[in-house]
Design a protein around this ligand. Structure first.
Ligand code: ADP
Ligand code: TRP
Length: 323
């Protein structure tokens, strides 16, 4: 059987280059290596986003971004998580085997507690829903950023426990973490994240994005001063994502030796970033002008996803004596 590759993106904001290099690009590169199922995790977005209009808008935006960046909907199944409600039933089956202690150690829940927010049942159950997402499609490989590794490990634990309790039912998946540039830094140098407001969007208005990049905060050393720590410079780190290796290295050397001003470096960063996404930007504009197309792709994806999901759910229901 072909290797099944599955991943999801939450529609909680406008996708940024951290999402692109951490999730979208590696997933697209994997499309050709098996049977890919990629979805928009709108149920998961409900643990942190409470505006229905925004949810619809972001969901559509994520679909557009994925298609614009090269997802081939003939080959890959692109769908909305909530179009396959079977996942909620599987969440219950898995939840009955999920130890509270395991879920209490999950980062998202621990972070919410630390920030003194009263976490909801949904947030606490987040890793169980994610396990259901993965197990419902007999997934072999789950490409994710490093921050999601723990969730895939919880999924493996739950699959193994279900198999031990009720007999071989689920495929135990493997995470696939991209190592180079596994964590893309944001405008402030911390991990780029929608929740930190430090993002560079994948697509957007040229003026705004140029302003963001030109606004990167550097230190106060003069252009002439040599900078032995040039490889740690945020603009250099970001440039390495967009520029050919030789060019990025050349900028790094010029910064290290002295003589390259931060303004010129940031200008080069913007130009490389902007041209890197030029083809995708043009395709996105075309797709945006044709809203029916995106909806057709998602509905076709839902049909194909449901065919697999209902078979796996039936297997699980039989295993635990529900039918
Ligand atoms: P955010 O932190 O912006 O809310 P999500 O949690 O929606 O992003 O992440 C969607 C996907 O993008 C996940 O697979 C995640 O690992 C990946 N990702 C998010 N931010 C980064 C980053 N800064 N570097 C690498 N990958 C990232
Ligand atoms: N929790 C993931 C994130 O925040 C999104 C997600 C939901 C996911 N279900 C998944 C990723 C299943 C991989 C597989 O990015």
């Amino acid at each position: 059987m072909a290797t099944r590759i599955l991943t999801g993106i939450k529609p909680t904001g406008i996708p940024h280059i951290g999402n692109y290099f951490g999730a979208i690009r590696p997933s697209l590169d994997l499309q050709a290596q098996g049977e890919a199922f990629y979805f928009i995790a709108d149920y998961h977005s409900m643990t942190s986003l409470f505006d229905p209009r925004q949810r619809l808008e972001f969901t559509r935006g994520v679909a557009l971004d994925w298609l614009a960046c090269g997802l081939d909907p003939k080959r890959t199944v692109l769908f909305r998580q909530s179009d396959v409600p079977e996942v909620t039933e599987l969440t219950w089956l898995l939840g009955t085997l999920a130890p509270m202690g395991l879920l209490e150690r999950a980062h998202a829940y621990k972070d919410a507690l630390a920030k003194d927010r009263a976490p909801s049942f949904g947030l606490f159950a987040y890793p169980v829903l994610m396990a259901a997402d993965i197990l419902l499609y007999d997934s072999n490989i789950v490409p994710v950023g490093r921050d999601q590794k723990q969730h895939v490990e919880i999924t493996r634990d739950l699959a193994i426990k279900f198999n031990l309790t009720y007999g071989e039912t689920f495929v135990v998946p493997e995470p696939k973490i991209r190592d180079e540039s596994a964590v893309v830094p944001g405008l402030d140098g911390q991990k780029m994240s929608k929740s930190y407001g430090n993002t560079i969007e994948l697509f957007g208005d040229e003026k705004t994005l140029r302003k963001k990049i030109m606004g990167l905060v550097m230190d106060s050393r003069t252009p002439a001063e040599p900078k032995p720590d040039a490889d740690k410079n945020l603009a250099i780190q970001l440039l390495k994502l967009f520029a050919p290796a030789g060019i990025a290295l050349d900028f790094e050397h010029r910064l290290r030796d002295g003589g390259l001003g931060y303004g010129d470096l940031k200008k080069a960063l913007f130009e490389h970033y902007w041209s890197y996404f030029a083809t995708a930007r043009a395709l996105r504009a075309e797709l945006t002008a044709n809203p029916d197309y995106v909806e057709t792709v998602l509905q076709d994806g839902a049909l194909r996803a449901r065919a697999t999901a209902s078979a796996v759910l039936k297997r699980a229901r039989k295993a635990c004596g529900l039918e």
